[in-house]
Design a protein around this ligand. Structure first.
Ligand code: ADE
Ligand code: ZN
Length: 320
């Protein structure tokens, strides 16, 4: 069975080679000597160390064609990884704040996504992610800009620095997006503890929690997530690179599966964390000796946790 990738930042698929190519094309200078110098920085102490490099590299994304090329390269690689459905994140504010208009960003991304099924056999949807280190007013403004482009959105999400940046101020925007018929998700429980997951559920009423690995520290939260079948989009190689876990052996994925949680495996920012979806799956399979039936459960979970229509989910699950 194919997998749905549900936690993937398009900007996190910017491979160093493409970053330097785009820098040259757009006559910009990156703060790194070359591809090797950039790759040598991919050893982070925490989430913020990574975010600083991630946002710096986005400077090379300027034109509609840049965004289309980035998106298309991810879709091609995802198809090779066995992805049949991709619900991808886009950090719109990180581009509009640099003076790239929302129409340019969304036209490029949506052009590639609109051809994903035909070109790569991957169905797709776009989730605009708002940056929690910026204000809720800023997010509201970016949401207005996104809607004004007329580009179809699947949902909205919340990401960037977590600890010390509460989700509650974003509640009115999440309510508005729901009323607009959009799906809602949020990063929580990556570096922040179980309280951050509770906050995303109670204040934002999210349908999926991105990461959510620290939920395992609170048995009542685990019971709630399992009972309500609220998906958790885990990203094992990301968690290792960002030191959310000390090493892969300490990752709670097996405990999450044992607890009956609707957990999925995803790649987050594959260009920065050492691997795409297939690499993440191989890593957890080898580390934990996962059996084929457990890998099948992860595939089924990803389809169930997707925002595909029920009939399409049933079709994909029946294909086996
Ligand atoms: N792992 C992550 N956590 C929070 N925000 C992000 N933006 C891109 N990757 C992220
Ligand atoms: Zn993420």
């Amino acid at each position: 069975m194919g997998f749905a990738e549900l936690h993937l930042h398009l900007e996190g698929t910017l491979e160093p080679e493409l970053a330097f190519e785009l820098a040259e094309r757009n006559q910009l200078t990156l703060p790194w000597r070359d591809v090797d110098d950039l790759r040598s920085r991919f050893d982070y102490g925490c989430l913020q160390d990574f975010l600083d490099i991630y946002y710096a590299n986005m400077a090379v994304l300027r034109t509609e064609a840049d965004f289309a090329e980035l998106t298309d390269a991810y879709l091609a690689r995802a198809a090779r990884a066995g992805v049949v459905r991709a619900e991808v994140f886009l950090d719109l504010q990180a581009h509009t704040a640099r003076g790239v208009p929302a129409e340019v960003v969304l036209a490029g991304v949506s052009d590639a996504l609109s051809r994903s099924e035909v070109d790569h056999g991957v169905s797709s949807g776009l989730i605009v992610t708002f940056l929690r280190h910026l204000s809720a007013d800023d997010a509201e403004c970016a949401y207005d800009q996104a809607l004004a482009t007329g580009v179809e959105l699947l949902g909205i999400g919340l990401c960037s620095s977590e600890v010390g940046f509460p989700a509650a101020p974003f509640a009115p925007l999440w309510q508005r997006a729901r009323a607009d018929g959009l799906h809602t998700v949020a990063h929580a429980g990556e570096e922040g503890g179980p309280d951050y997951v509770w906050e995303a559920l109670r204040e934002l009423k999210v349908e999926r929690v991105d990461h959510g690995i620290r939920a395992v520290e609170d048995p009542s939260l685990v019971a709630h997530l399992a009972e309500q079948r609220i998906p958790l989009t885990s990203c094992p190689l990301s968690n290792v690179r960002l030191k959310a876990v000390p090493h892969l052996a300490a990752h709670p994925l097996p405990a999450m599966l044992d607890a009956g949680l609707l957990v999925t495996v995803n790649s987050d920012d594959p260009a920065y964390f050492g691997g795409y979806l297939d690499d993440n799956l191989v890593a957890v399979r080898d580390q934990f000796g996962l059996r084929q039936d457990q890998l099948d459960t992860l595939a089924c979970n990803s389809i169930e946790a997707s925002f595909l229509p029920a009939a399409e989910k049933a079709r994909l699950l029946a294909v086996g």
